[in-house]
Design a protein around this ligand. Structure first.
Ligand SMILES: Cc1ncc(C[n+]2csc(CCOP(=O)(O)OP(=O)(O)O)c2C)c(N)n1
Length: 359
């Protein structure tokens, strides 16, 4: 598929009815469709379980990715093992596909930073990022290093639509354009930045068109269509690997859940809007597509659901067995040598902590 046209045109392969509206290119093969379906169902099962854990006081504040699984899965499948991924907090599916265990993801949301200590393919990836848009400038730094070293890799960074209103985003994108960096920005446009809707967040008609000013390629894809996300990322990765610069991908989706478990979205958006968005959600349409292609049966569906439930449940039990992170960890991993004022603070905190009965 060519991406040299207008940033206003949304690319789509599988529409909301599950119909193939654009012929699938060779890399969008049956294996890819089945693998992405499995990952998306796994992450939805995980997501629902983590929200339930939070509601019963066994998990910290959690940012659900309900409805945005296709963005995470498309990136996770298209990104190479050699590439560097700089996530934000709704990238559970990408992290899962890069080998970050569900148990470890829960550890992070449970307040233990060891959940961000990745191994394997994800070892070079960045930790989850809660400050808005700061990771985009970090990605420009990583991409600069890759370029200076002459490596065949790229940096892929994700953020929300609200993050594209911040200075960090524009600065990083400008740098990516002027230095022709091997950098990909995927914007998860889920329509809301907490209670601020997309249309009062920015005057731009699309987020993709922000790329024009930076002199890089930008286009919009249907973020509920895993094939569209995968194809776009695959294209951008190949382009970055052969020195042809940066790409901005706007993946249009919808946040079906609350912003986080600390939010109540019913206070600022209508049931009608959410009900309409459910008709476009990513999992059902891919399931319909798989059925139509003769790749899926009710038996397979039941087997997958039970496999997902089992894997998630095992991870939950392992997570619940974790010891609490020692309070001293708050100080021990910030600096190679802890500065003296933090040494004093650490002593003070540990003393207070032990007086309160903590270890
Ligand atoms: C620098 C900074 N400012 C403000 C916040 C508070 N905050 C947390 S999430 C959020 C909205 C982000 O919206 P968006 O970028 O669209 O991502 P989404 O959560 O919708 O996926 C804000 C303002 C923050 N985390 N960091």
């Amino acid at each position: 598929m060519q991406y040299t046209t207008t940033p206003y045109q949304q690319k789509q392969f599988i529409n909301e009815e599950g119909l193939c509206v654009t012929p699938l290119t060779s890399h969008l093969n049956n294996a890819m469709l089945l693998e992405s379906y499995r990952a998306m169902v796994m992450i939805r099962t995980f997501d629902q379980r983590v929200v339930a854990l939070q509601r019963t006081g066994q998990m910290g504040t959690y940012a659900s990715c309900l409805g945005q699984e296709a963005i995470g899965a498309g990136i996770g499948l298209a990104l190479g093992a050699e590439d560097v991924f700089l996530p934000y907090y709704r990238d559970q599916a990408t992290q899962y596909l890069r080998g970050v265990p569900l148990e470890q993801q829960m550890q992070y949301w449970g307040g233990n930073e060891w959940g961000n200590h990745f191994t394997g393919v994800a070892a070079q990836d960045f930790p989850n990022c809660v400050p808005i848009a700061t990771q985009v400038t970090h990605a420009a730094g990583v991409a600069s290093a890759i370029k200076i070293r002459g490596e065949k890799r790229c940096a892929l960074v994700t953020c929300g639509d609200g993050a594209t209103s911040r200075g960090d985003f524009y600065e990083a994108m400008n740098l990516a354009g002027v230095w022709q960096l091997p950098m990909i920005m995927v914007v998860n446009n889920n329509q809301w930045a907490i209670s601020v809707p997309r249309q009062i967040q920015t005057g731009a008609t699309t987020i993709a068109q922000k790329a024009v000013a930076a002199g890089i390629e930008g286009f919009q894809v249907d973020g509920n269509d895993v094939c569209a996300v995968y194809d776009a990322v695959h294209y951008a990765v190949k382009k970055a690997h052969c020195g042809k610069g940066s790409t901005l991908i706007e993946a249009v989706s919808y946040r079906l859940g609350d912003h986080t478990t600390a939010d109540d979205a019913t206070r600022y958006r209508s049931h009608e809007e959410v009900n309409e968005a459910w008709k476009r959600e990513p999992i059902k349409r891919l399931q319909t597509c798989l059925h139509q292609k003769g790749l899926w049966s009710e038996n397979q569906e039941q087997a997958l659901l039970s496999e997902c439930k089992q894997e998630v449940e095992q991870s939950v039990q392992a997570y619940l067995k974790h010891e609490e992170q020692p309070v001293s960890d708050l100080f021990d991993y910030l600096f190679e040598e802890t500065p003296s004022h933090l040494v004093t603070q650490k002593e003070h905190v540990l003393k207070k902590w032990s007086m309160l009965g903590g270890k």
